[in-house]
Structure formats: C-alpha cells, structure tokens
Design a protein around this ligand. Sequence first.
Ligand code: PRT
Length: 159
Amino acid sequence: MPKIPKITRKNPDTKAAGKKGVTKKTARKKAAPAAVVKAAPTLPAEPAATAEILDRLFNVVVSRQGTDPTVSHSARLLSRGRRKIAQKFGEEAVECLIEAVAGNTEELVGESADVLYHLIVMWVDAGIHPSDVWAELTRREGTSGIAEKASRPRDPLAV
Ligand SMILES: N=c1c2ncn([C@@H]3O[C@H](COP(=O)(O)OP(=O)(O)OP(=O)(O)O)[C@@H](O)[C@H]3O)c2ncn1[C@@H]1O[C@H](COP(=O)(O)O)[C@@H](O)[C@H]1O
C-alpha cells in the first residue's frame, strides 16, 4: 500500500508564536496578562411568584411545629390548638369577604394571602397535605358546578 503523506495544516497563529500549541493569543496572554475581571456576585434568584408558594409555605409551617412560639407565629398558632386556629381562619375569611364586598381590590389581595396562610396552618394541624386538596381539585376539573349539582340524588323530602 502506498504511503499516504501526512498532511499537517499549520495554524498561522501557532506558526507565528513559534512554539507548538502556543498561539499568538496565548503568547500575548503570557507576555502581558489581561486584567482579571471578577464576575459580579450573583444575587440569589427571587422565587417565581407562582402557586408553588403554597407547597413551600406548607413545608415551612410543618417545620415550625413544636418550635419556639415566641419566634414563630405558626408555632404560636399551632400551640394554641384547633379551635383557635379555626377561629383565626374564620376571622381572616370574614376580613377577606368584607374587602371583596367593599370592592377594595388591593386589600382583598392582602386578605386573601392571610386566608391562605391560615388555611395552611389549619391543614397542618389537621394532618392534611396540600396534595390531598390538589387531587380533589384535579378530580373536579372540567365538571361544572351546575352539572354536579344536577347529578346529586334528589332529597325525597325536599319541597
Ligand atoms: N404568610 C404568613 C402570614 N400571613 C399572616 N401572618 C401573621 O398572622 C398574624 C395575624 O395577626 P393577628 O393579629 O390577626 O393574629 P394574632 O397575632 O394571632 O392575634 P390574636 O388573635 O392572638 O389577638 C400576623 O402576625 C401576621 O404577621 C403570617 N405569618 C407567617 N406567614 C408565613 O409563614 C412563614 C413562617 O412564619 P413564622 O412561623 O412566623 O416563622 C413566614 O415566613 C411567612 O412566609
């Protein structure tokens, strides 16, 4: 078999630098190192404002169980028992509906957040996991409330 000549393509930079593997670029770098540019410190990314906050909040409230009630509001509320938790939830719900009826949109947003926080505390106390509620909502998905009501067995005593 005839011997195939080895074809080598010289990198012009390598040639000019005069040393194998050392390009003009690297040679220049060695001669005069470029100023070290430090990367700007990256701030921790803000979590996206999505419904996933509910799962995160649930985990935080679970982690507060049995902790110092002078430090954690959730711990304080949980230590006060089910009746107090339910009462607080009720109060927040009423405050929420007051803002809704009054047409105070901004206040309604704040009160809605209070309701959701207190609902989560109530779930933690009752041993309910958010996934139980998500599953129930998913089960209902696509079924109109009108159709669901119509499918209920009729009460024979109803007038
Ligand atoms: N989302 C909330 C949240 N929403 C409302 N609240 C608190 O709920 C309380 C409601 O005030 P109220 O005066 O109505 O309630 P109260 O102090 O129990 O009053 P009383 O009925 O006893 O007189 C306020 O202290 C609010 O700050 C909340 N406290 C905590 N969270 C979240 O829960 C996380 C854990 O909080 P800690 O458990 O406090 O660490 C926090 O990082 C937040 O993400």
